[in-house]
Design a protein around this ligand. Structure first.
Ligand code: 2DT
Length: 212
């Protein structure tokens, strides 16, 4: 398509360590797009509303135990179960802002010591984001921000490993944003990037799959 009624929406992913500001920025982006009158939805992974999502949620809050490989595959399954809906929304012109995606899947599991390529494999074939907004924050700074909650991964040592794993995942779709800037400045930068990405999709950029 070249910008007609059949133009697609953009798949926009926000990634980063816990407490980097992803969730705030995701919802602010969503409001921005709504303000422009552009059809947009705000998603997040894990999606705790599905039955797979409930197993993940109970694991994250330490109410259940699962081995590292099993939980990894559940996180991936949680994305697979939303894949067709994601594709049809995008094709119908809706932009989707996603708070965490496959990169979290690989970064967190490989930080536990699982093989990097093994971690990437189940993500193969999911939709590839048009842009990944990585909110970069030193783990020490993140830890200072109102303290971590009680969830499983919210510990400094572990977050340092996650950051290293994220660094091995960069590709051309990534934009690295300094998450220590004032919230308003970050908002502005993200809005500009997303606006451009939507434009490129509208002009006919094709939808591809991971890990392309
Ligand atoms: P939230 O605090 O953002 O709800 O994330 N995680 C997330 C994984 O280990 N693998 C994944 O595939 C995803 C999407 C990151 C909950 C935690 O779950 C981790 C933090």
């Amino acid at each position: 398509s070249s910008g007609g009624n059949d133009s697609r929406g953009a798949l926009v992913v926000l990634e980063g360590l816990d407490r980097c500001g992803k969730t705030t920025q995701s919802s602010s982006l969503h409001k921005y797009l709504e303000g422009l009158g552009h059809p947009a939805e705000l998603w997040r992974f894990p999606d705790r509303t599905t039955s797979v999502g409930q197993m993940i949620s109970s694991y994250l809050s330490n109410q259940s135990q699962l081995d590292d490989c099993t939980i990894h595959l559940l996180f991936s399954a949680n994305r697979w179960e939303k894949r067709s809906l994601m594709e049809s929304k995008l094709k119908s012109g809706t932009t989707i802002i996603v708070d965490r995606y496959s990169y979290s899947g690989v970064a967190f599991s490989s930080a536990k010591g699982l093989d990097f390529d093994w971690c990437k494999a189940p993500e193969n074939g999911l939709l590839a984001p048009d842009v990944v907004l990585y909110l970069d924050i030193p783990p020490e700074k993140a830890a200072e921000r109102g303290g971590y909650g009680g969830e499983r991964y919210e510990q400094l040592e572990f977050q340092m490993k996650v950051r290293q794993s994220y660094q091995a995942l960069h590709d051309a779709s990534w934009k690295i944003i300094d998450a220590c800037q004032p919230v308003k400045d970050i908002e502005k930068q993200l809005q500009e990037i997303v606006f451009k990405s939507i434009e490129t999709c509208r002009k006919g950029k094709s939808l591809t799959c991971l890990w392309s």
